[in-house]
Design a binder for this molecule. Sequence first.
Ligand SMILES: C[S@@+](CC[C@H](N)C(=O)[O-])C[C@H]1O[C@@H](n2cnc3c(N)ncnc32)[C@H](O)[C@@H]1O
Length: 447
Amino acid sequence: MTAVDDRTNALLEWIKNTQDETLKPSTHSYISPKIEVREFPDSGRGIGAKESIKRSEELLRIPPSFLINFNTVVCHITKHNKNIKLKEPHYLNIYTPFNVQEDKFTKIYSKFSMNELLELTSFQLLSLYLTFENQRGKKSFWQPFINMLPDSSDFDLNPLIWKVLEVKHHDELLKMLPTTTQSHTDKVYKRFIGDYDLVKEVLSEKLEDGDSVHSFLPLELFLWAWMCINSRCLYMTIPQGKTNADNFTMAPYVDFLNHSCNDQCSIKIDVLGFHVQTTSSYTPGEQLFLSYGPHSNDFLLCEYGFIIPKDNKWNDLDISSFIIPLLRPRQEEFLKENDYYDNYTMTKDGLSFRTDVVLAVLQEDYPQTSRKLSALLNGVSDGSAYRSHSNALIKEILHKVLHESDKYKHLEFNDDNDELTRARKRTIGVLYKNRQEIALAVLEELD
Ligand SMILES: C[S@@+](CC[C@H](N)C(=O)[O-])C[C@H]1O[C@@H](n2cnc3c(N)ncnc32)[C@H](O)[C@@H]1O
């Protein structure tokens, strides 16, 4: 098998970081000679084993200077502002090239104060930076990495893209999504638009007369950058991280690992950088995977733009949209006060505790004063006193879920003339099939 193309070789050359002889070998990357980047059916580029690989073998080590995160971006941007001297230890081991080429984008970088940079979230700063660096082309230090990032078309299945770019039939497609996926899409949309609006505002203060925000920050390019980050970021503690959502990094080469529900590689971070190790053995030709987390298809679609069509063990069925309208004000208030409002799910193995709780609350006129309910919440009782009514209500809801799934699951086999619409509808059909599978398994258990 051959590597994907010349761009992979350019990335490898760059990532080895041997061009600067002043750097110690320990700051160079390590890429196991036993792996390669290849094209895999249904998941795009991924990492494959060229030869046998044992369990617990080191596969990759990417030094801090080659990771795109809040720290490295601050180092690169502030290089253009002579008034800023970075002294904190977390900036000192970041390599930036001695000679940098100036252009209209670096002119904007030079106008950022340290406080302004620190006020941005990682998502905002990195989206702005990637949008600029992409346009800087060869002048960018990161060009070999940026060249290997996916095309916008890789995100075609992601409902955020349908909504932001108003793709063909977007209204119809969005309405066909299960309600849980619709509300997840709305949340992702809010995050995206919030970031775009804020970055545009910050940028507009730095432009000169005649410059337009849109020419520096076109919506499509910002969306591409934002989606690259959302679908390729890896958790890493960042010293200035304000929230958990800020603690991430992009890591070249590591980001070729596709997702599987089962862990097959583990990641570790230390002063030498980002490490990947195997947690199982591989035979030549096999694809290596990383688990992105315990994510349902709904989550994978809204955040990454793909689903696992068969046997995603993390799929769940969210019935909040059926339950919430049944709540009376006192019940809703009680659930909010106790942090049990919304997110009522079940898996093939049964109901989540939150769902048990809301079903019990629905049976209480005065939940605030019910001893039976507080015994359930405190783990003193198993809630059997509520079971018979809970089961009846759940059955009723699951029959509604089945009815809804029957209406849409045929979309998995739709033959829309337009290839993209066909693929999008197929994905929606699978989401309904997943819901049906869980509903049937739980109903069988109840009967
Ligand atoms: C971190 S990247 C992995 C490398 C990617 N395949 C590429 O070509 O650049 C994550 C993206 O890969 C794709 N992907 C990862 N795991 C997948 C899987 N199990 N099935 C289908 N697509 C997958 C999705 O497009 C996802 O947004």
